[in-house]
Write a protein that binds this ligand. Structure first.
Ligand SMILES: Cc1cc2nc3c(=O)[nH]c(=O)nc-3n(C[C@H](O)[C@H](O)[C@H](O)COP(=O)(O)O)c2cc1C
Length: 303
């Protein structure tokens, strides 16, 4: 059996498969279906300084081979996460990536500082949310804002810091380089692609927020391209995601340069998807005669 273990930023994962932030909550609903310790890790729901009730419904729309969401970072706030959810997750023998967000660099840093004194393994900073100090443009859409928020969070914590990049940019490579220079230990990508659907009978957008983030198999080729470009441009590990729904997809994204893989929307069509992906990866690597998944990372041979 192929060895599926990987190491990202000095943290050991028993396998490279991680449910992505926002599709797995804090794991409670899924631990009734399978033991969470089968997973390499969990990226927890994006958590902010204070509780957020999220956007008004409808906040989900189906699309061909994907979905749009505008959940709006609904979460119970960092203090609740630390007192109630994190202790449960830390008993599960897997890597916990606490996904955090905020409306200002200072808020992101305050959330990170609270996590710094916990036993959480890694912090994943979501920079796709609006920076209220800069007229609501997402942090991740400019090198300056992305670097500023990364630097502030870096100063607030010694935990391994993964900065999660937005694909809604002209050059994701430039953003990746600027967060690397600002102190990120790793990058993860891609977050959702901004999209929109309209109900032609009512002429209203299907999402109450008008626009939302596209994810699922439809975005997979975009994720492969961006992971490949970023992995070739930075010297820190890349965690890949975007449309992964099979072991084959996970292996493809790792060949593009990802050291680990997150699984998002696929979990909504099949809650067992991450576990199936782990088993499929193992079978495929055995068929390929590859003894360690680490041996496939970044091995694509471009023309
Ligand atoms: C319903 C939903 C909620 C999400 N919430 C978050 C979040 O809180 N923080 C975050 O960084 N990404 C969030 N994401 C983005 C995913 O973590 C992931 O980056 C994206 O969906 C692409 O992966 P996928 O195509 O496998 O879903 C969310 C995605 C979905 C579908």
């Amino acid at each position: 059996m192929a060895d599926l273990s990987v190491n990202v930023c000095g943290i050991d994962f028993k396998n490279p498969v991680i449910p992505a932030s926002g599709v797995f909550g804090y794991g409670r609903e899924y631990e009734e279906l399978f033991p969470l310790n089968k997973l390499g890790g969990i990226a927890t729901k994006g958590t902010t300084l204070k509780l957020r009730t999220g956007n008004i419904a409808p906040r989900i729309a189906e699309t061909p081979a994907g979905m749009l969401n505008s959940v709006g970072l609904q979460n119970p706030g960092i203090d609740h996460f630390i007192s109630t959810e994190l202790p449960n997750l830390l008993t599960k023998d897997l890597v916990i990536l606490a996904n955090i967000a905020g409306a200002t660099p200072e808020e992101c840093a305050e959330v990170a500082a609270k996590l710094d004194s916990t036993d959480v393994h890694m912090i994943e900073l979501n920079i796709s949310c609006p920076n209220v100090k800069q007229g609501g443009a997402a942090f991740g859409t400019s090198c300056e804002m992305a670097a500023e928020v990364t630097k502030k969070v870096r100063e607030a914590t010694k935990k391994p810091l993964v900065v999660k990049l937005s694909p809604n940019v002209t050059s994701i490579v430039d953003i990746a380089k600027s967060v690397e220079s600002a102190g990120a230990d790793a990058v993860s990508l891609i977050n959702t692609l901004l999209g929109m659907r309209i109900d032609i009978k009512t002429r209203r957008p299907i999402l109450h927020n008008n626009v939302g983030g596209l994810s699922g198999p439809a975005v997979f080729p975009v994720a492969v391209r961006m992971v490949w470009q970023v992995a070739n441009a930075v010297n820190i590990p890349v965690i890949g995601m975007g449309g992964v729904s099979s072991g084959r997809d996970a292996i493809e994204l790792m060949m593009a340069g990802a050291s680990a893989v997150q699984v998002g929307a696929a979990i909504f069509t099949d809650p067992y998807a991450p576990v199936k992906i782990i088993d499929e990866m193992s079978d495929i690597l055995d068929d390929m005669g590859v003894s360690s998944v680490r041996d496939i990372i970044g091995t694509v041979q471009p023309w």
